[in-house]
Each structure stands twice: as structure tokens, then as C-alpha cells.
Design a protein around this ligand. Structure first.
Ligand code: MG
Length: 248
């Protein structure tokens, strides 16, 4: 069942979303060659706590970090580690869920570590651009497949691929609610969009094959061919007119 949120519930998510977006912006100045992904984790955890909120990924299904930090060929769910030191030319996705009074917001950005290749920058830019292509269809009366299709078209038109095994999702009191939101699919299919739906829309894209594998830690999702992956996500409210982006 897709849970439609009241204005009061959306207000909690708005507060969580502001903090999520703020911390992801701050990370631009934190992420540089020589830091570890654990440094990112500790920065985020401290900042979330300073806002009096909760970093919800910590302990979720046993996840050890406060955020997911996914470097280069890691698509999603990378575990922060002191031994994972970022180098010039790497890219790293940071996926953060913040909870305020029981309501969550979820967002992700992929960051350049120092100077990166034009190809890597193109991949990062395409993940973001595909999200905004999807947003053009995030309107009452459209169908979820309209968003999925727009994302897929944009990604593939740039010569990249869309991950199939992981998808976006509804969000609210739970991190993962219905509906599932694939980054591929047919326009005109899927549930109709209704005012008060709260959706985490998150293109996960790769430069090569979209096939993935999970490492022995049971979390880290990598591309099988070792190609780079990028990820861009915001929590979105379906409203009258334009969608509201809570985590921007
Ligand atoms: Mg996320």
C-alpha cells in the first residue's frame, strides 16, 4: 500500500530533508584526497547529531555505518572504513537518511575526489540530469512509469546504463515504503501519482554493464565489469503543480 502523507507528516519530512541536503552540501568541502570513508561517516554522524536528528542507516538491518559511502565501481551500500582512503581521481557516492520525529528523508550525491576524468564527470552529471528529467513527470495524474522511463531515456541517451537490481522507493516513517521506483520502464505504466506521495527517486547508473554483484560483507554492491557507478537521489513530495524536493 502506498501511504499518502498529511501536511503535518510532510512537515517533519521537510525538516529532515533540509538537514539531509545541508549536510550533503557541506561534504563538498570535506571530501578530498587522503581522507577515509570513515572520516565522511564521522563528519556526517556528528553533524546529524548537532541538528538533534538521527542518521537512520546506522543499524538498519545491521548496517554498521551512519551513511553509505560507495567508491568508484561500488554502486550502493558501501561500508565506511578507516582503511578506505580516497585518492585523486576517485568518485564517491554518499547516501544519507535523516530521521526527525519518526519521519525520514533520503538523498545521495556522487562527489569528485580532486581532479577526475571527463568521463567520470559526465557520469556524475548524467545521474543528476536523469533525476531532473524524471521530475518533469512527477505530477498528479501521471504514472510512476513516466518518471522511470524519462530517467532511463536520459541515461541511455548519454551512453550509460541503469542498474536493474536496485530501485527507488516510497519513504516516510519507514526508510523503504511502497512503491518501488525503477530507473527503467514503460511510460504510462505503474501507479498513478497522487498528492501527498513521498518518494525517494534515485538514478543509479553505470558506464558499462548494469550487472552487479554483492561482496562477501553482504552489503557492498559492485559492478561486475569494474566500471564506475554514480548515484543521485532526492526525496520528493507529489504536490499540486511542481513536485517539492525536500532534500535539495
Ligand atoms: Mg538513499
Amino acid at each position: 500500500m502506498i501511504i499518502i502523507k498529511s501536511e503535518h507528516e510532510i512537515e517533519m519530512m521537510r525538516e529532515a530533508g533540509k538537514v539531509t541536503g545541508q549536510i550533503l552540501r557541506e561534504l563538498k568541502d570535506v571530501i578530498k584526497p587522503g581522507i577515509s570513508t570513515m572520516d565522511i561517516d564521522q563528519f556526517v554522524e556528528r553533524r546529524v547529531n548537532e541538528f538533534g536528528m538521527i542518521a537512520s542507516e546506522k543499524g538498519y538491518c545491521g548496517f554498521p555505518g551512519s551513511v553509505c559511502t560507495s567508491v568508484n565501481e561500488v554502486v550502493v551500500h558501501g561500508i565506511p572504513s578507516e582503511s578506505c582512503i580516497l585518492s585523486e581521481g576517485d568518485i564517491v557516492s554518499v547516501d544519507l537518511v535523516v530521521e526527525y520525529k519518526g519521519y525520514m528523508a533520503d538523498a545521495c550525491r556522487t562527489y569528485a575526489v580532486g581532479q577526475i576524468s571527463p568521463e567520470a564527470q559526465h557520469l556524475i552529471d548524467t545521474a543528476e540530469a536523469a533525476f531532473f528529467e524524471g521530475m518533469k513527470y512527477a505530477k498528479v495524474g501521471n504514472r510512476l512509469g513516466d518518471i522511470s522511463n524519462a530517467i532511463q531515456q536520459k541515461v541511455e541517451s548519454e551512453g550509460f546504463g541503469v542498474i536493474r537490481e536496485f530501485v527507488g522507493h516510497g519513504i516516510g516513517k519507514d526508510m523503504h515504503e511502497e512503491p518501488q521506483i525503477p530507473n527503467y520502464g514503460k511510460a504510462g505504466k505503474g501507479p498513478r501519482l497522487v498528492k501527498g506521495m513521498t518518494l525517494a527517486i534515485e538514478p543509479m547508473i553505470v558506464e558499462g554493464s548494469y550487472e552487479v554483484d554483492v561482496l562477501l560483507d553482504d552489503w557492498t554492491v559492485v559492478t561486475i565489469d569494474g566500471g564506475l557507478a554514480a548515484h543521485y537521489e532526492n526525496t520528493v513530495v507529489i504536490s499540486d503543480g511542481e513536485p517539492e524536493l525536500l532534500t535539495l
